[in-house]
Write a protein that binds this ligand. Structure first.
Ligand code: CO
Length: 161
């Protein structure tokens, strides 16, 4: 395993549409291993392949506690419900945060590193995970959270945020 350099905003690769993965070979496995390591080292909770300069539909997503890392190849959000507005940041947009509206729960269809279909459903009790899935899948279409951030948004006074 090796870490890869995370590209930051301004890089063209962050704005392009990533390509569907059709080969589930060693090259993909190395990419996934490297992305996992890079994400952990950067203390991130998600990383998409374009962020390391690779235009493939590949992402890794970590649970808040870091206990589970999901590997997503060709992920698609097939269902979403509810809504939440929370603060987001991005390893490719250092030093900034912004409030974004996202679904409360999502169901994601993807493939694992061997090409086997997988489906992940997030729980209402873990709204954070739905945010990360949405954020990373957006990266695969060249979308950054800053495109969706609500300008001047302030959380409600009685919020614990
Ligand atoms: Co990001």
């Amino acid at each position: 395993m090796a870490t890869r350099q995370i590209v930051t905003v301004g890089a063209e690769v962050l704005r392009e549409k990533a390509k569907i993965v059709t080969e589930f070979s060693e090259r993909l496995w190395t990419l996934l291993d490297d992305m996992r390591e890079t994400m952990i080292l950067a203390k991130g909770v998600g990383l998409a392949a374009p962020q390391v300069g690779i235009l493939k539909r590949v992402a890794v997503v970590s649970t808040d506690d870091g206990k589970t890392v999901y590997e997503l190849v060709n992920p698609v959000i097939v269902k979403s419900a509810g809504s939440q507005i929370e603060e987001e940041g991005c390893l490719s947009v250092p030093g900034r945060v912004g409030f974004v509206e996202r679904p409360l729960t999502v169901a994601v269809k993807a493939q694992d590193r061997f090409g086997k279909p997988i489906k992940i459903k997030t729980e209402e009790g873990d709204p954070f995970l739905a945010i990360v899935f949405c954020h990373e899948i957006d990266h695969l279409d060249g979308v950054l959270y800053t495109d969706k951030a609500i300008e001047g948004y302030k959380p409600p006074e009685n919020s614990d945020k």
